[in-house]
Design a protein. Structure first.
Length: 250
């Protein structure tokens, strides 16, 4: 069990995120290498990782930039791709709603797919630790620092790598997510959401602007809700006392 201290939660978040960091390493390096061939300067590529910090959106933006797309098209497309974060926020909101803005703003910026996977699992564990947002912080900072480092490695190595996007190294990230998804398939609602979302993503892969991903996410959520109404799940987390929440916000 995670030690209910700020320090213990923070380093537990780092440790539990390590497998995902390993999967994200080649993804970040490829972005850094590809960005240089898409018209971005070294500073531009580094700034995108530092201030955008969204792997899939960064790849799409650099691809559109290389094709000469307008700023409007780039912004709209990346906005659609990142709409999945609205679903993440719905899941996390009940757990972080009592945090002050000084916590919510940086955690919202640092939230990624990888961090969401481990953090939501931590929040749904049945214990009353008041410092789970420190776990969130540990995971998020680890992912952020890793992404910056890998971007710089890719930038400097990009001139030596021929067609890095064709190496298929980004599959490491996909394989990592598949491995982390399997333990969550513990009930019928979860299985229904996974199957419907997966099938939809495959069938709608050809839709423009990655709309297939959004459609898959929405249909997966609907399937999960319908399945949950048919097979009710008593998957509830005990509430943390208000006194503990106030202490944890420090």
């Amino acid at each position: 069990m995670v030690t209910p201290t700020r320090h213990g939660e923070f380093w537990a978040g780092v440790k539990d995120t390590f497998p995902l960091v390993v999967g994200a390493v080649p993804f970040g390096i490829i972005f850094g290498a590809v960005a240089g061939t898409s018209g971005l300067s070294t500073g531009g590529a580094a700034a995108m990782s530092a201030f955008v910090f969204a792997g899939s959106a960064q790849f799409i933006a650099t691809t559109l930039l290389a094709s000469g797309a307008s700023a409007y098209v780039i912004i709209l497309t990346t906005f659609v791709v990142n709409l999945r974060h609205a679903l993440y926020s719905v899941s996390l909101a009940p757990h972080v709603k009592n945090l002050p803005q000084r916590w919510l703003l940086p955690l919202a910026f640092w939230l990624t797919d990888e961090t969401f996977v481990v953090v939501i699992a931590r929040y749904t564990q049945h214990d009353e630790s008041p410092f789970k947002h420190w776990y969130f912080l540990g995971s998020a900072l680890f992912m952020y620092c890793n992404w910056q480092l890998c971007t710089w490695i890719g930038i400097f190595a990009g001139q030596r790598i021929q067609n890095p996007q064709n190496w298929g190294l980004d599959f490491a990230l996909v394989a990592t997510f598949i491995g982390l998804l399997v333990p969550f398939a513990r009930n019928k609602p979860a299985l229904a959401a996974i199957v419907v979302a997966g099938v939809t993503a495959a069938l709608a892969n050809g839709l423009p602007n990655k709309l297939g991903l959004i459609l898959a996410a929405l249909l997966g959520v609907i399937a999960g809700l319908v399945a949950e109404s048919l097979w009710p799940d008593d998957f509830r987390q005990p509430a943390v006392p208000d006194a503990q929440l106030q202490e944890s916000n420090r």
